[in-house]
Design a protein around this ligand. Sequence first.
Ligand code: PMP
Length: 385
Amino acid sequence: MRRIYLDHASAMPVDPRVLEFAERYLKDNYFGNPSSLYSVGLEAKRAIEDARKKVAELINAEKETCIVFTSGATESNNLAIKGTALRNIGKGKKVAASAIEHMSVLNPMKELQKRGFELTIIPVDSTGVVDTEKLNAILTNDTTVTSIMYANNEIGTIEPIKEISEIVHEKGLYLHVDATAAAGRISVDVQNDGIDLLTLSSNDIYGPQGAGALYIKPGVRLQSILPGGGQERGLRSGTENVFAIAGMGEAAGIAKAEMAQECKRLKGIRDDLIAAMLTIDESYLTGHPTQRLPHHASFRFGRIEGESILLNMDMTYNIQVSTGSACTSRTLEPSHVLLAIGLKHEEAHGSMVLTLGRSNAFEEIPIITKAVKETVQRLRELSPL
Ligand code: PMP
């Protein structure tokens, strides 16, 4: 049975073009330490600078030097939040985040809370959109960093970042945006959107795991959270992961060139899948019906558990779906995102998330639909509910 992979929000296969480009940095004449002054090191350094340029172009950063490479989105989020809060402690000891941020945003904020910072959680509506009126009312001028994601990985909702940035900037504050789920699927323009700090992940744009980036607007000051040899402008010490960073650069270039066309294709498949799923009894779309990522479809089904759907789809049909965020789904706790949009615990347990990617095709729609319908029926027949 051919595999149908529908969990691109959790992990993506590395694009073969990216792999072919980047693997030389593990061997040949390119394996050197980028800080070394001889030729093998200089080649590695050049690879990093080329990647910096391509990543900067993907998000329309003012300059290449606005990009700091990290090990991934979690590290970028930690650096953005802790780095900004600690460096700007003189301005105040408050931080704020939306209720549906990824745990790699919420947990660094909770850590700051333990160190005496005040954390404010900004509510979202039933579709996951940040309540901008409440945001405006809540933010005070001693809030050092406010974190609102570009789009949510579990429910696909795209936030009104430009409007949010105007509110944050009117108060003279810094806005951090986690664009891990959005970059490469919708256009992200840090200058037009008015973003001070932006998180990106290599694997979420078909690059190798182990690299990420933080965009830092010129003039925004951060404290390093990983002191050492002073790489990456002293903000992120440690010998760079040249292979993954070079791959991320190549992936960013491909994303920029192909995103518009590819996302149109995926949106077509996605829309048909949503229409088919909603014909199932007691099925509901989660997240925003229109303001959502083009490759993203998320649902909940009454009277069944998401984990059972996931396992049955995998074992019976070789189709991989998700119940939410892979990073927290192992806890079996209901997703904080689904609770934040107002679902009850039992409702939040019946979730299924489909995130499409380059391997998916229109021909798969009837296969996926049949598999989900049979799975839901089978599980409901077994369900004590
Ligand atoms: N932010 C968002 C929105 C995510 O979806 C993820 C997971 N892909 C992360 C942050 C963390 O990414 P990583 O585990 O690769 O650091």
